[in-house]
Every structure is written in structure tokens, then in C-alpha cells.
Design a protein around this ligand. Structure first.
Ligand SMILES: [Zn+2]
Length: 145
């Protein structure tokens, strides 16, 4: 349920209106709750401002929000990850294709171990490669250990 905030152009006061749906808000005519004028200007939606990425993550961190989440059930994990991706989808510019692949496989009932074997690219997502290029050696004479 969107909450839009408006400012009245006649009396200059701010007020909020709860709309049943977004389209109702777009099509409806808001009226000032103070003077009844329909000369109002919509301000930035308060809802949007509050619903930051952090809030989404907080909500997802609450096990109750996961419903029947079962970490031993790949399908359950897949559903949960899909939900997370959907929640964060609008915030992220690009979803890694590997992640999409993993969720697809989890939802199909594959275990994480199987997926790891069949999707070799995944290694790069989880842990850094073993061989980290060492920084160029600087003058060894300074080492006094
Ligand atoms: Zn007014």
C-alpha cells in the first residue's frame, strides 16, 4: 500500500495519503486534508525512502520471513534465494548469471555439492583463487626480521 506525501499549494501544509494501490494513487485526485484544495504537489514517496536495501536485508535476516525455509532442502534454499534476488533485483544493476544458474538448479532439487561440481565458474563466487599474485618484491635489504 503506497503512501504518498503531498504539499498543498494553497495553504502550504504537508499531508500524506494512503492509497490502496499504486494505480489508484496515479489516477486519483488528492485533496489537501487541511483546506480541501486539490492544488497539491506530490513529494517523494516516503515509503520508497524508508525501504532501503538495508531494510530489505533486515527483513530477509528474519527467519520468520522465510516461511518454511529448510537449509537441508535444496528446493527450499532455491526459493529463499529467488526471493532474495527478487527483493534486491531493483537495487542491483546486474545479477551474476552464475547466481541465476545456482537458483535454477536448487529449485530443480540439486544439492549444493552437485551444483558446485557442475558449475565450475562458481568457485570464483565463493572463494578467491588459490594463487594470488604476490606483490612485486621491494628491496629485501629493508627486512629486519
Ligand atoms: Zn491546503
Amino acid at each position: 500500500m503506497p503512501i504518498y506525501e503531498y504539499r498543498c499549494l494553497d495553504c502550504g501544509r504537508r499531508f500524506s495519503i494512503f492509497w490502496r494501490t499504486i494505480s489508484a494513487a496515479e489516477e486519483g485526485t488528492p485533496r489537501c486534508t487541511h483546506c480541501g484544495s486539490d492544488r497539491v504537489q506530490r513529494l517523494i514517496s516516503r515509503v520508497r525512502m524508508l525501504r532501503s536495501e538495508e531494510a530489505v536485508l533486515e527483513e530477509l535476516a528474519d527467519p520468520a520471513a522465510w516461511g518454511d525455509f529448510d537449509e537441508n532442502d535444496p528446493k527450499s534454499m532455491g526459493r529463499m534465494m529467488r526471493k532474495m534476488m527478487n527483493e534486491l533485483g531493483g537495487e542491483m544493476d546486474e545479477m551474476p548469471p552464475e547466481l541465476e544458474e545456482v537458483v535454477d538448479r536448487l529449485e530443480a532439487g540439486q544439492s549444493p555439492e552437485e551444483i558446485e561440481k557442475e558449475v565450475p565458474d562458481l568457485a570464483g563466487l565463493e572463494s578467491p583463487p588459490d594463487e594470488v599474485p604476490s606483490p612485486p618484491a621491494t628491496g629485501g635489504s629493508e627486512e629486519t626480521l
